[in-house]
Design a protein around this ligand. Structure first.
Ligand SMILES: C[S@@+](CC[C@H](N)C(=O)[O-])C[C@H]1O[C@@H](n2cnc3c(N)ncnc32)[C@H](O)[C@@H]1O
Length: 238
């Protein structure tokens, strides 16, 4: 049965793809990739004779391309940024591919969430501070309602994807104490990575001043505090 490989490209640094993902990209015949957030150096590493940027392509056309080549025996890779399981819209692709009798294998990737945590040099779940991480996104063109206000009342570490062009609305929704630490990481792990630190009350203003309009993650919560206040020793290494 023909197969499609869904691969996580990682957050940007081309060395942050898995060994398995890189081997598949290098040996693929056909590569369909998520344009703006996949590093072009990874696309260049591929010897694929067909390389297509999925930006602006309809789902039906993407499926057609994947099915056609997989059925003719080619190695077909669908490359997503970060990890495909987060805001990758892979479910709709898998449903269509399975309907057409194709198998799917997913090779995970390093999400930009982890690229951003590394850039900030923070643990998202430090003991005594936050045992949970909320991953969410704001309402926008493709989502009618978000739950940022309700989720923020839990006080845990929160990571907001797809929010760069909705920062003012996000700030109005955040129901954390105003002095709660917050950070924005633009292009985590790329050469032009930018980390901005602040609090819930000033992070959006700082992001505007820095001209952040896309490709950024907003992280909120005491875990993001560079002073690491409130952290207590875990029993992991007692
Ligand atoms: C369609 S989602 C894909 C997320 C991806 N699957 C992941 O795991 O990182 C795109 C959003 O992810 C975030 N993002 C992706 N790459 C990023 C990076 N290198 N630095 C900061 N945010 C990034 C931004 O919020 C962007 O709007």
């Amino acid at each position: 049965m023909p197969k499609i490989y869904f691969i996580g490209a990682g957050p940007g640094d081309p060395e942050l793809i898995t060994v398995k993902g890189l081997h598949l990209i290098e040996n693929a015949d056909v590569l369909l990739y998520a344009g703006s957030l996949v590093n072009p150096l990874l696309i260049q590493r591929s010897h694929a004779s067909v390389k297509v940027n999925s930006y602006g392509m309809k789902l039906e056309d993407q499926i057609e391309l994947l099915v056609k080549h997989a059925e003719s025996g080619k190695i077909v890779v669908r490359l997503h940024s970060g990890d495909p399981s987060l805001y990758g819209a892979i479910s709709e692709q898998i449903i269509e591919l399975e309907k057409r009798g194709l198998r799917v294998e997913i090779i995970p990737g390093v999400s930009s969430l982890f690229g951003a945590a590394a850039a900030l040099k923070v643990e998202l779940t430090p003991k005594g501070v936050s045992e949970s991480v909320i991953i969410t996104r704001p309402a926008g063109n493709t989502l009618d309602k978000d739950y940022i206000r309700e989720l923020s009342r839990l006080g845990f570490t929160m990571a907001i994807f797809l929010g760069s062009s909705h920062l003012d609305e996000i700030q109005k929704s955040l129901d954390y104490p105003p002095d709660t630490p917050a950070a924005i990481v633009y292009h985590a792990t790329w050469g032009d990575e930018l980390c901005i630190r602040g609090t819930v009350s000033d992070i959006v203003e700082k992001a505007h001043e820095a001209g952040i309009e896309r490709s950024a993650l907003l992280l909120i919560g005491n875990a993001v505090d560079s002073q690491r206040k409130g952290v207590i020793r875990s029993h992991l290494y007692s």
